[in-house]
Design a protein around this ligand. Sequence first.
Ligand code: AMP
Length: 389
Amino acid sequence: MLVLVINSGSSSLKYQVRDVEAGSVLAEGLVEKIGMGNGGDGDGQVEGPRDHAEALEQVDGAIHEALGGRTLDAVGHRVVHGGERFAEPVLVNNEITRAIERLNPLAPLHNPANVLGIRAIAKKWPDLPQVAVFDTAFHRTLPEYAWRYAVPDELYTNHGIRRYGFHGTSHEYVAHRAAALLDVPVEEFDAVIAHLGNGASVTAIRGGQSIDTSMGFTPLEGLVMGTRSGDLDPSILVFLGRAGWSAEDLDSMLNRRSGLKGLAGNNDMRSVVEAAEAGDARSAMALAVASYRLAKYIGGYHVAVGGAKALVFTAGIGENSHQFRSLVAARLGALGVELDAGLNREWSKEPRVISTPGSVLPVLVVPTDEERAIAEATAAVVARSSVAP
Ligand code: AMP
């Protein structure tokens, strides 16, 4: 089955065409600067379409040759927010599109763009099945005591303020691959998974399901990220609000000027590690803050799952930064975690174990592939719906 995977942002559209059975990528690319005028056509990247529909025309042109006369069978959309309704991927129709649109207030930067992408496809290829795959869906198994914030009940009942969690597609995919690597049925897999990219979250997995996760109402909560603060005392915001900061000022400070960038002046982990190794004290402190925060979560989630059977690293930093992995592992001695320095340093794109045989908890690196997970989920939903009576 040929699936076009779409990750639609407010001004960008990332795409990949995948042959699901062959597990191959036929084409991929990024259309940027949507709605920002005509930027021309450079480096094989097309840019400057007026809207998502025009962006899609560019994608169509770009994938034409790669398809080699074959036609697409389905489109899979990464949709950021599925709210409380969507616990799994769904076939899109008008009612589902409107339901995703109703969730716009919960993800104002993301869901409107997802809806634009869905509508643009429906207009261009009305007969092509579309599937929405939600970033929040995997976390719909959180128990209420894990998703509740201890605030007045009406904030939940009137405004939907609760923990939703994100990166679910990645956490689920990685949980399956990690369980397979350890030869454990996923239904019996208890683990802590750290997805460490520019955005970062950690998830407690019990019996293959998410039972807690560090991102919350929005993707801001939890770990120290590239430019996001993660956890802090909410009174800081009250304090700053009283000092005259606007909601926009606070939003920008927390989401774009904090995290590694706020602490070290750089949001790229490679640069932060290099600077720390060259003796920059701010960068070393940023790494200490980030690794300490993550180690605390891992300890907490080890308890939450009743004794994890594995610790798994994934995404840009988790897969590539042996330095950051060893900083985290060094704080986990109390859990009996022991990395094999040689295995930790080796790079591979395959899932692998990087701990010593004596480590109480095996430590794994498992590369994530959200596009593959979305394509596979899309194919499964389409196959199910076409056999339905
Ligand atoms: P992602 O959002 O998953 O693409 O991850 C982005 C993050 O991964 C950035 O902080 C990068 O600096 C980091 N990253 C990517 N490659 C490496 C590498 N080889 N070593 C350290 N960090 C890396």
